[in-house]
Design a protein around this ligand. Sequence first.
Ligand SMILES: [Zn+2]
Length: 132
Amino acid sequence: MPIVLGTVHGDQQMLLQPVEIELVRAAELRIQWSGGEASVIPLVELRRACPCAACRAERELAAVPTTGLPTIAAPAQQRLQAQASRAELVGSYALRIVWQDGHDTGIYDYPLLYALGCAHVKSGPRPRPSAE
Ligand SMILES: [Zn+2]
């Protein structure tokens, strides 16, 4: 049986409690879940999936083809965006990531982190990075 941490709202919730969270600031977030699985989420992907309102709006804009020039951050800025300063727990349901560029409004709830991470647990060697 998995160890239950915090309040339990159902079976699914119980399996989605992290028992160990490790932030490798320039590389990845590692989470050991109470259900026994482990997630390793590259920070680049974590930042790309930032659930805050500002980033969601930015992604929606990016998804719309326009005739304007693409807005691509400078390399130095991109590096800061993909490195985390720290991570802190928000209640018993989420994790806030503070990024090197000062962005700290993204609150990743556990189901989101699990969804971001499980692809890597199941799929063996990571595919080469490519355009989506
Ligand atoms: Zn954001």
